[in-house]
Design a protein around this ligand. Structure first.
Ligand code: LLP
Length: 424
């Protein structure tokens, strides 16, 4: 469920009509609902509390939607943060998320990033390889520190879904193997500058089938038991993120409660603190991208192009993953009208700048507003200024108020960012 609904004949975010935001801020623009963010976080946390493993750490995956106001909204509910760069750690800290609730993952953290995470007191640095462990120990020794670490393990499970976002097979770059995990955990436990507290896995994103997750969790449980049998201390098990969001083109994906049931079954009787790294399931349906129709270009021999002012630089998911986003008119015509078939495209100079092919939509004309649904995760966070299009702005709604939480840069500001080489 989300808080984008028709109110008095037009699409609104909570109490604010999207057309009012479009008029005030211009288009394209991302619009987020506070109520949906809060609802999704609470549902996820409550479901994981019910697995019978005490109070879980819900470390929201910052990459899904790193806007500071989004982080602050979730942080106020007790969310931690799953981060993958110094920039994300800094964002989480700036949003008031305590370092004890920050997880730092990533297949290639630099020395500078590791040093920053140690100094900031990040509670779980997820080591993803042996060379990374060695570098971290050396950096920690130089600072006389003993960071708490976990090992991100690659459980060699195919998560299903799009290959570009599957991370849990042995030929993906992420994490140490099961056998490496046992060996490295023992080495780290004997290192005065590392304090291993647990193991972590994350096998992919937009996972619609819980069977691979159950298989991965079973393998992780067995690993925890083997480590403990060797006399090693394992306090925490981080089960990652990955639960799918509904994009409306396939049957309802499993709910957090379904995931919790799988976890309760896989980990029954195991005394361990749980951590999670959900991103999409919290943020996707909490956001839409509002765009205006520039014109309809109808070739006599077809197709019929709906040319929007949003483009692949604003929402890259369809171009990059063939992702489906539902598209709705912001002010549906009360008279209806037979749907027409459109190719929905942006103005960028590549054929890849296509949001949807042969999509049936109500008749639309120049100036109409449309909303891309489920765009709150991996939408603005993957946006760019390709074609020198100003970075898409973001707006947060709460009840009947809204605030611009990332303004659209001016052209002057964009040009001023680039000092000319002195010889020019
Ligand atoms: N933890 C780690 C270590 C991750 O790499 C990710 C996502 C997450 C948690 C959060 O996963 P989620 O709960 O959001 O599925 N840009 C792609 C998605 C990439 C996901 C990358 N890792 C997309 O637009 O579909």
């Amino acid at each position: 469920m989300n808080h984008f609904e028709l109110r008095e004949g037009e699409l609104a975010c909570e109490g604010v009509p999207l057309s009012r935001i479009a008029a005030a801020v211009g288009t394209p623009v991302y619009v987020y609902s506070t109520a949906t963010l809060e609802r999704h976080f609470t549902i996820f946390r409550d479901a994981m509390r019910a697995t019978g493993h005490g109070e879980p750490l819900i470390a929201y995956a910052v990459k899904a939607n790193p806007n500071l106001s989004v982080l602050k909204t979730l942080g106020a509910l007790g969310a931690g943060a799953d981060t993958v760069s110094e920039g994300e750690v800094r964002r989480a800290l700036a949003a008031g998320i305590a370092p004890e609730r920050i997880v730092f993952s990533g297949a290639g953290k630099t020395d500078e990033e590791l040093a920053f995470a140690i100094d900031a007191g990040v509670s779980e640095i997820n080591i993803e390889s042996e060379p990374e462990m060695e570098r971290l120990a050396k950096i920690a020794a130089a600072r006389n520190a003993r960071p708490t670490v976990a090992f991100r393990v690659n459980p060699d499970v195919a998560a299903g879904g799009h290959a570009k976002i599957a991370t849990g097979k042995s030929d993906n770059k992420f994490g140490v193997s099961m056998t490496e995990a046992e060996r490295l955990y023992a080495i780290a436990s004997n290192n005065a500058n590392l304090r291993p507290v647990g193991v972590a896995c994350h096998i992919g994103s937009q996972i619609t089938d819980l069977a691979p997750l159950e298989s991965a969790f079973g393998k992780m449980r067995a690993l925890v038991e083997r480590l403990r049998a060797e006399g090693l201390s394992v306090e925490r098990l981080d089960l990652g993120g990955g639960l799918a969001a509904p994009y409306f083109n396939h049957p309802e994906p499993p709910q957090p409660a379904d995931l919790a049931a799988v976890i309760a079954r896989a980990l029954k009787g195991l005394d361990v603190q749980l951590a999670f790294e959900p991103g999409r399931v919290i943020a996707a349906n909490a956001g839409v991208l509002v765009s205006r129709v520039i014109h309809v270009h109808e070739r006599p021999e077809g197709p019929r192009f709906l040319v929007l002012d949003a483009a692949m630089n604003d929402l890259i998911r369809p171009a990059m993953y063939e992702a489906f986003h539902d598209i709705l008119p912001v002010k549906p015509n009360p008279e209806g009208g037979e749907p027409l078939t459109y190719d929905v495209v942006g103005p960028i100079c590549e054929t890849g700048d296509t949001f949807a092919r042969e999509r049936d939509l109500p008749p639309l004309k120049a100036g109409d507003l449309v909303a891309f649904l489920s765009a709150g995760a991996y939408g603005a966070s993957m946006s760019s200024e390709y074609n020198s299009r100003p970075l898409v702005p973001e707006v947060l709604v709460r009840g009947d108020q809204f605030a611009v939480v990332r303004p659209r840069p001016t052209y002057e500001a964009m040009l001023a960012r680039e000092p000319l080489a002195p010889w020019l």
